[in-house]
Ligand binder design. Structure first.
Ligand code: ZN
Length: 382
């Protein structure tokens, strides 16, 4: 009897150990699986690609390294650098970058586009936010899937957070902000991963002698800083003229937000102060990242319709229009079109001020083009 119990115990222990082993091995494989970012097609204007680690060796083999797309003209000129996906929970930035990579043809100068500027932050969604990990854009041949990520570098790649984060300027922020790429510029070569990504981007700007940086973001619709260009003081004149053209000629009403001098660590402020490049941030409204939202899913990301925003808009509580014509909400095509048009008009205005180093390109769809043909029309088939 005792002997039978003993062998039963032995079998149960063996079964438990095997089950635990399977769980650990499968879990480990799942967690260590490389997180694939969305596929991007090299459009006809892409002349070469590279990696951020080509400019800062410290990023080689880390989750902070990311792919760069170069679109070069036959004639030499200036260099425009575009950041998409610096905050991966602001999808219009990623999508505008993809539209640029897959459609732009550069005639004079160069355009460098980084679609996944914080690649690590694309690998997870923020806890407690119910964000969809993926969303799809319909095209004429099927749908393209894109990742919806987080605002911060993954804690799997940078941990733990300090109690407080002290920016090199002395500005004090909450500890989690040390994983916010838009608070750690110009970065530190020997710093934490997010600071190293910022440093890599600064090295790219210095080594490639970049003339203008456009960093594409989205903001909460109830945030007063939305549908705007935030401009470093050195580019205020260009941004002011661009804003007039955007409103008058392209149906893109947009405001100018001068960069607050005491808010440090943000891209356009630090890039403008630490390099010769002119720098702006663009913001469009994304309801999926706003606390006012109702159900959070991929439809909210793509179509941007939500009863609470509709009511807030009717009550005059949000500054961005919830209706445009008879179109309801904040659809992604309108948001991406706003950004591609702004990139085009800012560059054209830059040329009027810098005729010695022009940047000329064609093929970029405007907001009206994207609304008429659909965003998917501008995505190539991978
Ligand atoms: Zn942002």
């Amino acid at each position: 009897m005792a002997k039978t119990n003993g062998s039963k115990n032995l079998i149960s222990t063996a079964v438990i150990i095997i089950v635990l082993l399977v769980v650990v091995l499968v879990g480990r494989a799942e967690f260590s699986k490389p997180y694939e970012l969305c596929k991007i097609v090299e459009g006809p204007g892409v002349t070469k690609t590279g990696y951020l680690s080509d400019y800062f060796d410290g990023l080689k083999g880390t989750p902070g390294d990311t792919k760069l797309y170069f679109l070069e003209g036959e004639e030499p000129g200036g260099t425009l650098l575009v950041f998409g996906g610096l905050h991966p929970n602001e999808p219009a930035g990623l999508l505008a970058a993809v539209v640029l990579i897959e459609n732009t043809q550069v005639d004079v100068g160069r355009v460098i586009v980084i679609p996944h500027t914080n690649a690590s932050a694309f690998t997870y969604t923020e806890p407690m936010q119910a964000s969809p990990p993926f969303f799809e854009i319909e095209t004429e041949w099927g749908s393209r899937t894109f990742r919806y990520g987080s605002r911060l570098t993954s804690p799997l790649h940078q941990y733990p957070d300090p109690q407080a984060y002290v920016h090199p300027s002395g500005m004090l922020l909450s500890g989690g902000e040390v994983r916010n790429l838009n608070r750690v510029f110009p970065g530190r070569p020997d710093g934490l991963l997010t600071e190293q990504i910022a440093w890599g981007l600064m090295e790219l700007i210095w080594q490639e002698d970049v003339d203008m940086v456009i960093d594409i973001h989205e903001a909460r619709p109830i945030n007063p800083v939305v549908n705007c260009i935030m401009a470093h003081p050195d580019i205020i004149d260009i941004a002011s003229f661009a804003i007039m053209d955007l409103g008058a000629d392209y149906g893109v009403p947009i405001r100018l937000e001068p960069s607050p001098e005491r808010l440090r660590g943000i891209t356009h402020r630090e890039i403008g102060d630490h390099s010769d490049a002119l720098a702006v941030i663009l913001e469009s409204p994304n309801p999926a990242m706003d606390a006012l939202r109702g159900p959070t899913n991929a439809d909210l990301v793509v179509y941007g319709q939500d009863e609470f925003f509709k009511r807030a808009s009717e009550a005059g509580l949000i500054r961005v229009p919830y209706f445009e014509g008879d179109r309801e909400g904040f659809p992604i095509d309108r948001r991406v079109g706003r950004h591609t048009t702004t990139v085009m008009v800012l560059t054209r205005t830059y040329n009027e001020f810098h005729f010695d180093k022009p940047i000329e390109f064609h093929g970029v769809p405007t907001k009206d083009d994207i609304i008429e043909n659909g965003l998917g029309h501008y995505f190539l088939r991978p």
